[in-house]
Design a protein around this ligand. Structure first.
Ligand SMILES: [Zn+2]
Length: 447
């Protein structure tokens, strides 16, 4: 298949930050064959897509997500103990392969519509997530979570490792879906099991490791009380603070932690909406990037941040950095778009394949309509993308040369059925929440 995008504002996100006004991109098969500005080349047999001045840019990288959890979106909003009151009991009772499949399909739909082409996920029944991403056509890292709090798909770490092995066998050599191992967090995995994962990982260097790290003050307290040091130091001691470890959140860090993370060349994902809604704090994104750590942006699960696009993360990620520093200057718009594209891809070690529009890279790209008045005038395309663009402006999404969405019509998933299936599960959740509230004698704790 050969496609020639013409008449586009091509935002490449290459090293030189090349922007082609009146630009064109030639996609041949799964890759970008050529791109430039001015008169496009003659490509016999190519489908011509006249973009009418729209932006064409790399598909975005959602570097931390829990796709299966979108069925929990907005559940128990503003109830301070909702995790223990509703979510853990609901997870224990209802999380199944089927639920994960339904939630993941809803998430895949939302991400395709929001211009995301690569996602890093961690949750349970992760082979289901991999199957959904395969069907949806998304590039994905799918991480089987390991945890000690009676999770829904393993009773102990041996069973958890068996699930990881199953996942690795299933997706070995898949062109888009990569298996991953995902210890939930230091406090819920423990130093011994983290050490076991580090050993396993040394034998499986191509399998990415994802983990929540330094997310809350409770985690900091756990590390201090149990081991007398920071949670980053405990992770390092277990041998898990290794190059390319994908660390989500990273809120509760001191300078020594950041130095240690930099020495071990880990990668970081910031989740501003999720963190802000939970009142957890602000990640020191500028400090981490200045220390040489690549930082991607993640939506986290829809239970925490509600939406799974990156546009709705841009204002908080930018504003948090500016508020943190008390200045307008930190984290300029271009850096936010870097984090959402090439730096996010670097965070997942996928930067040689995706994250920028360059000859020879995978054709993972999106088209963004500039029809809405809120975009204009455009002095700086990065500012327009960070502060004016919305998911609904994305008209087309392509991964490895395959259309996942064309003119707002998703090509790979059934929108009506996917949404209906998710609402069916929500009805079961609501009934169980009512039962929990009645049992606790609670009235009107939630709308
Ligand atoms: Zn998370």
């Amino acid at each position: 298949m050969s496609v020639l995008f013409t008449n586009a504002l091509v935002v490449t996100m290459d090293d030189a930050l090349t922007v082609h006004e009146n630009g064109w991109v030639h996609v041949e098969g799964t890759t970008i064959a050529a791109l430039g500005s001015g008169t496009p080349p003659e490509v016999p047999g190519a489908e011509i897509v006249d973009c009418g001045g729209d932006i064409v840019m790399p598909g975005m990288v959602n570097a931390h997500c829990h796709m299966g959890m979108s069925v929990f979106r907005g559940l128990g909003e503003d109830v301070d103990d909702r995790l223990y009151r509703y979510i853990l009991p609901l997870e224990r009772k209802f999380v199944s392969a089927e639920m994960v499949r339904v939630g993941s399909a809803l998430s895949a739909l939302e991400m395709i519509q929001g211009g995301i082409t690569t996602v890093a996920d961690m949750y349970y029944f992760e082979t289901e997530v991999g199957d959904v991403c395969d069907k949806a056509g998304l590039r994905a890292i799918v991480g089987q979570t390991l945890a000690d709090f009676d999770p829904p798909d393993h009773r102990n770490f041996d069973e958890g490792f068996a699930r990881v092995e199953e996942l690795v066998d299933r997706f070995a050599g898949h062109p888009l879906v990569m298996p991953s191992i995902a210890p939930h967090a230091p406090y819920s995995t423990g130093r011994e099991t983290m050490a076991r994962i580090a050993l396993w990982s040394a034998d499986h260097p191509d399998v990415p490791v994802q983990m929540h790290l330094a997310e809350s003050s409770l985690e900091v307290k756990w590390a201090l009380d149990t081991h007398g040091k920071s949670t980053v130091a405990v992770t390092a001691e277990a041998g898990l603070l290794r190059p390319n470890l994908i660390c989500a959140h990273c809120l509760q860090l001191d300078d020594a932690d950041i130095r240690m993370m930099s020495e071990h060349q880990v990668c970081v994902v910031t989740n501003p909406r999720s963190n802000g809604k939970a009142g957890r704090g602000i990640a020191p994104v500028e400090k981490m990037r200045n220390a040489g750590l690549p930082v991607g942006i993640g939506s986290d699960g829809a239970m925490s941040g509600n939406t799974l696009d990156l546009f709705s993360q841009f204002a908080p990620v930018s504003m948090f950095a500016k508020l943190f520093a008390g200045s307008r200057k930190p984290l300029p718009a271009v850096d936010v778009i870097r984090m959402a594209t090439i730096e996010g891809a670097r965070t997942l070690s996928l930067n040689l394949k995706t994250g920028s529009l360059e000859k020879g890279k995978q054709a993972d790209l999106i088209r963004i309509s500039l029809a809405a008045p809120r975009f204009h005038p455009i002095y700086d395309p990065y500012s327009a993308l960070v502060f004016a663009a919305m998911p609904s402006d994305v008209t087309d999404t392509m991964v490895a040369g395959r259309w996942l969405m064309r003119e707002r019509k998703v090509q790979t998933l059934d929108v009506g059925k996917t949404v209906a299936d998710a609402n069916q599960i929500a009805r079961q959740f609501k009934a169980e929440m009512d039962r929990i509230d009645r049992q606790a004698g609670v009235e009107e704790v939630r709308p």
